[in-house]
Each structure stands twice: as structure tokens, then as C-alpha cells.
Design a protein around this ligand. Structure first.
Ligand code: GTP
Ligand code: MG
Length: 255
């Protein structure tokens, strides 16, 4: 049985930095970890990667082949479509390099389209599962994005959408907590109290959104999955806590 984390979340939310810190943390613990890069546009890494999507496709190739500029989303989508056709063979070959109980962490690109472009991500997950991997989704959200109620609801919806689409054990992380100056504010949004969020939303928006607000909050509440774990990379104990949560999600170390 192998173990895998899929690290996803909006562009710039700190996914690669998280992978890097996790790598260093595990090395310190003497724990096995392998980082796979799934971002065709990634450039520099301060940690070794043992799997690299750029062997299969690079942003430069896509730009040249399709005559496109580095125009964010569109290119990524094309890249991912091309990827889909070749993904299975590549993964099969790559996964053969790992031992049965290896721990893999996959760093995804931040393009939001990727999450709504279900087949690629889901195929990837299905493939890992067939290979007997326990997989969990790790969704990172920059804590600066939830400093007010509308942003926090937006963040919850995005994470919820990823959860629903992936159908995997899921850990939500609020990243870059070292940048938070007002601790109380951010704590309010770590594990939002639905009724409070609702009344705050209603105060902020014109009355005609009342019904919509209510439905949104009900949805978030019913799934009761949207709570965030704070991650402060300056604190080893914070990384440890996040690792314990993800370990729990994929039942790592239980036998
Ligand atoms: N202060 C602080 N900055 C961070 C932290 N994590 C990431 N950053 C900064 O945020 C920026 C984006 O970080 P990345 O790790 O590249 O984010 P990403 O999610 O991999 O970005 P994409 O791959 O482009 O989607 C960089 O400038 C990082 O230095 C953190 O914990 N604290
Ligand atoms: Mg990255």
C-alpha cells in the first residue's frame, strides 16, 4: 500500500512552498518522502523531485506547438488535455520506481480550471487508487484571502467544490499564517460558525441576496467539511500538525 497527497489550490496559495517545507520536515524526521511535480510551467525547485510532468509536456513546448503566448489558463488547459492522453502510460512507468509503502506528494499547478476540468484530476486519482495508493487531497488557501466574510465564503465554496469533485479524504489548509497580524480575525474563519457567517453576509450585502446567502451557508454547513487548519511554516509544530492530519486522512502509519 502506497500513500499520496495531492496538493491543490489557487495560484500562489503556497503549494510548492508547502511541498518544500514538508520535504525538509520529513527528511529531518528520517521519514521517506518523494515530491512529484505536476506543474508543466514550474521552473525552480529547492528540493529534489522524483517525478516530473515536464518530461511529458512543458509549457514551452505547448507554446511553440500551438503558437500561443504564455497566456495562463488556456495553455494549462491545453497542456492538461494533451496530458490526459499520455498520462496512464507515464504514470504506470513512473510508479514502478517506488516501493510499496512509499509516500508521494504531488504538487499541482494553481489553475482553477484544473479542478473543474474533472477528467484529468480524477483519472490521476483513479490511477493511483488502482495502484493501491491511499490518496488524500490537500487544499491550500492563502489566509490573506479570507480576511473578510465574503472572501471567506468564496474560499469555502472553492474548497468544497474541490472536495466534491475529487471524492477523497480532504484536508483544508490556511497557508501563510506567518503573515497574519490580527490573530482573532483569522481564527474566526478557520472553523466558521454558520449562523454568524450568515448574519455577517446579510449585513454586508443588499437584502435581495438574503435567500441566496442562506442557501450558500446551508450548503457549506451540511457538508460540514469546510474547516481550515492553519499552517505557519515558521513553526515546526505547525507543519507537524498538518502532517498528522494528512497522515490521518490516508491512514499512514496505522499498521
Ligand atoms: N510569508 C509567506 N510566504 C509564503 C508562504 N508560502 C508561500 N509564500 C510565498 O507565496 C508565493 C507563492 O508561493 P508558491 O509556493 O510558489 O505558491 P504555489 O501555490 O506553488 O503557486 P503556483 O504554483 O503558481 O500556483 C511565493 O512568493 C512564496 O514565497 C508562507 O508560508 N509564508
Ligand atoms: Mg507551485
Amino acid at each position: 500500500m502506497g500513500f499520496a497527497q495531492l496538493v491543490i489550490g489557487p495560484a500562489g496559495s503556497g503549494k510548492s512552498t508547502y511541498c518544500s517545507s514538508l520535504y525538509r520536515h520529513c527528511k529531518t524526521l528520517g521519514r521517506s518522502i518523494h515530491i512529484g511535480n505536476l506543474d508543466p510551467a514550474a521552473e525552480n525547485f529547492d528540493y529534489p523531485i522524483t517525478m516530473d510532468i515536464r518530461e511529458l509536456i512543458s509549457l514551452d513546448d505547448v507554446m511553440e506547438e500551438l503558437g500561443l503566448g504564455p497566456n495562463g489558463g488556456l495553455i494549462y488547459c491545453m497542456a492538461m488535455e494533451h496530458l490526459e492522453e499520455n498520462l496512464d502510460d507515464w504514470l504506470t512507468e513512473e510508479l514502478d520506481n517506488y516501493l510499496d509503502d512509499d509516500y508521494l506528494v504531488f504538487d499541482f499547478p494553481g489553475q482553477i480550471e484544473l479542478f473543474s476540468h474533472v477528467p484529468m484530476l480524477r483519472n490521476f486519482v483513479e490511477h493511483l487508487k488502482r495502484k493501491n495508493y491511499n490518496v488524500c487531497g490537500v487544499y491550500l488557501l492563502d489566509c490573506q484571502f479570507i480576511t473578510d466574510v465574503t472572501k471567506s465564503v468564496n474560499g469555502c465554496m472553492a474548497s468544497l467544490s474541490a472536495t466534491i469533485q475529487l471524492e477523497l479524504p480532504h484536508v483544508n489548509i490556511l497557508s501563510k499564517m506567518d503573515l497574519v497580524t490580527n490573530k482573532r480575525d483569522s481564527e474566526n474563519y478557520l472553523d466558521p460558525e454558520p449562523q454568524l457567517v450568515l448574519s455577517e453576509l446579510n449585513q454586508r450585502m443588499t437584502p435581495r441576496f438574503k435567500k441566496l446567502n442562506k442557501s450558500l451557508i446551508k450548503l457549506v454547513d451540511e457538508y460540514s467539511m469546510v474547516s481550515f487548519i492553519p499552517l505557519n511554516l515558521r513553526k515546526e509544530s505547525s507543519i507537524q500538525h498538518v502532517l498528522a492530519q494528512t497522515d490521518n486522512g490516508i491512514q499512514y502509519g496505522e499498521d
